[in-house]
Design a protein around this ligand. Structure first.
Ligand code: GUN
Ligand code: FE
Length: 419
């Protein structure tokens, strides 16, 4: 057993923050949370890890990002989505045919994720099977857990990045066979978005998801030009989401990135099917897609999580993705003269941690019986405050600033992977 001592801070439900000053987490030998204690017990025979006055908080879950876009952070940020894809993105992803290059970039990415406190991901790779397997290896090596998808894209990808429908099917099956060797990362089917996939490929992926009980991730209603294009490609579908539904890809626990322009009917479809939204505020502002109506979605009960969406988003650190989602919500707040309440820090932190962990079956902050996913934040590295701060204030400051060298240890799936 292990006993982790420190100030416990977690957001078990939307808008709620639990704080346990100088408390402790008791872990069993497998790293699962056995108990949340208000004080460390005397004379307990557990191995003690005393984090002193530091904050122990649930780690982050990045529910949408593109691993092969890591080398192009901060590039092409003056272009709208489709031009950005055609000019920068597809050419960058094409480089991942080179497995040595993939190894170098993915090793760095996995390390940067885990040292930044992200222990669960729902991630896009590129269309390359070998590079995708390398990505999964590097995530496992660093201690990042979650889902990774070999991207399927058999049309509209230009000359540099292309797979035929047959190749896409064959490579997907080869990749799925190889995935059996991983313990902490698993495959998720990943049709890039409707314009990238022929009807035949979409239908095949929908059947495969059914046969093998696989989850699905994709993009939805990100940008005006994209939505108009989807309408042209599928004139029989009244709305974008129906192009996925038509082929069995609109499923329980599907993850749809963006949903910036999802109207009441599309949001109702998200709610009904228990599809999770991955809200990517930084990306949506960078490439001028818009600001998603998150407050409305939350009011309606839609499942909202957060994603960095690198490299549409230029920031991997999830604490800054959390604060960006607050800023985006404040834009709507100002535009609606206060009608659309902005996200509080505890709400946004909930979306970036607990709401994502829930997708992996771990709800409530530090769920008992499940392996620990946590960060230890030493806010003593920030400037000395003018007075003693409450734990709530220290939490707020940590959410805004922790990427500046304050993450002292990281626990992922019950294992200490940093610190
Ligand atoms: N839609 C289809 N592909 C992409 C991508 O790589 N990034 C973003 N932001 N949107 C997409
Ligand atoms: Fe994306």
């Amino acid at each position: 057993m292990k006993l982790l001592k420190g100030n416990l801070v977690y957001a078990p439900r939307l808008g709620e923050l639990e704080t346990v000053p100088h408390g402790a987490l008791l872990l069993d030998d497998g790293g699962a949370v056995r108990d949340i204690l208000a004080a460390a017990p005397e004379g307990c025979d557990a191995e003690v890890l005393d984090y002193g006055d530091a904050l122990i908080m649930p780690s982050f879950a990045d529910m949408h990002l593109h691993a092969p876009q890591y080398p192009m952070l901060g590039m092409g940020m003056d272009l709208p989505l489709i031009e950005w894809l055609n000019t920068y993105t597809f050419a960058t992803e094409a480089r991942f045919a080179d497995t040595d290059y993939a190894r170098r970039v993915y090793r760095r990415l996995a390390q940067d994720l885990v040292t930044g406190g992200t222990t669960r991901v729902c991630m896009f790779s590129s269309l390359h099977t070998d590079a995708t397997l390398i990505l999964m290896e590097e995530l496992e090596r660093a201690g990042v857990t979650g889902c990774v998808g070999k991207v399927n894209m058999d049309r509209n990808s230009g000359d540099v990045l292309r797979e035929t429908t047959e190749q896409s099917k064959r490579e997907t099956l080869r990749w799925l066979d190889e995935c059996a060797r991983f313990r902490h990362v698993s495959p998720i089917l990943t049709p890039r978005f409707t314009p990238s996939c022929t009807d035949e490929l979409m239908a095949w992926l929908g059947r495969l998801a059914d046969e093998r009980g696989l989850r699905v991730q994709s993009h939805l209603s990100e940008n005006g030009g994209e939505i108009a294009w989807v309408r042209e490609l599928h004139p029989d579908c009244a709305q974008y989401w129906e192009t996925y539904d038509k082929y069995g890809l609109w499923r329980d626990h599907a993850v749809m990135a963006h949903c910036v322009h999802s109207d009441a009917r599309e949001r109702e479809a998200l709610l009904r099917a228990n599809v999770a939204v991955a809200h990517c505020a930084g990306s949506n502002i960078n490439i001028c897609s818009g600001v998603a109506p998150i407050r409305t979605m939350l009011r309606e009960g839609v499942w909202v999580t957060l994603g960095s969406d690198i490299a549409g988003g230029a920031i991997l650190a999830m604490n800054r993705v959390v604060t960006m989602s607050i800023r985006a919500s404040k834009i709507l707040y100002m535009q609606t003269q206060g009608e659309d309440q902005f996200l509080t820090v505890e709400e946004a932190y909930y979306l970036g941690s607990t709401a994502g962990h829930r997708w992996f079956g771990a709800d409530g902050g530090f769920p008992k019986g499940l392996p620990l996913h946590a960060i230890v934040v030493d806010d003593g590295v920030f400037a000395e405050p003018v007075r003693a701060l409450t734990l709530r204030e220290r939490f707020e400051r940590s959410v805004y600033l922790m990427d500046k060298g304050a993450i002292r240890a990281v626990w992922s799936e019950g294992r200490r992977v940093v610190g």
